[in-house]
Design a protein around this ligand. Structure first.
Ligand code: IMP
Ligand code: MG
Length: 180
């Protein structure tokens, strides 16, 4: 088991498993024949997944424009979850096919908010790609169009995801064992 910062990390999804799945997701996205595709990476957690997924998209001849939105959700897993835009995208989404990329879909509050925001701004469509789906945690009717893996109900880290700002750099998705 890898040891990072003195903690044992159990590998849930390895780097090679994720890379294979990213290529499959890119092919699923390509099959939809979006026009003028605008990919929006939801920061911070999705930055590594988005970076790998857009390169997989290149491998299947997609050339999306890429933007970033920094969204913060307080108590996302609770009924009081409030979502705010901390840093917005720079371009107009009106009339465009938008693909939001995020790390985990849990309650669905973060991505429901982001999707409604893009549709309110006149996006032609707004699809959602997530690396991990914790379906058992859903509190909205939202579902993702592209899902990397169904995720068991553990707090996971790595591949962009953190606990208390740590472990984003891990090349795999894992679970911190012990007291972290
Ligand atoms: P929700 O779908 O609005 O409840 O929130 C999903 C967001 O919560 C994700 O984008 C992550 O930022 C965060 N999150 C949920 N579960 C985990 C986890 O296991 N590890 C790290 N972040 C998580
Ligand atoms: Mg997030």
């Amino acid at each position: 088991m890898p040891v990072v910062r003195g903690k044992d990390i159990e590998v849930l999804f390895s780097a090679s498993t994720i890379a294979r799945r990213n290529l499959e997701l890119a092919k699923e996205i390509a099959a939809h024949e979006y026009t003028d595709l605008l990919v929006i990476s939801v920061l911070k957690g999705s930055f590594i997944f988005a970076a790998d997924l857009i390169r997989a998209m290149h491998d299947v001849d997609l050339s999306p424009e890429v933007e970033f939105i920094f969204i913060s959700s307080y108590g996302a897993g609770t009924t009081s979850g409030e979502v705010r835009v901390l840093r917005d995208i720079e371009n107009d989404v009106a009339g465009r096919d938008v693909l939001l990329i995020d790390d985990i879909l849990e309650s669905g509050k973060t991505l429901s908010f982001a999707r409604n925001l893009m549709l309110d701004r006149g996006a032609k469509s707004c699809s959602i790609a997530v690396l991990l789906d914790k379906r058992m945690r859903r509190q909205t009717t939202l579902n993702a169009d592209y899902v990397g893996f169904d995720c068991p109900d553990y707090f996971v880290v790595g591949y962009g995801m953190d606990v208390a700002h740590a472990f984003r750099e891990l090349p795999f998705v894992g679970i911190v064992k012990g007291d972290a």
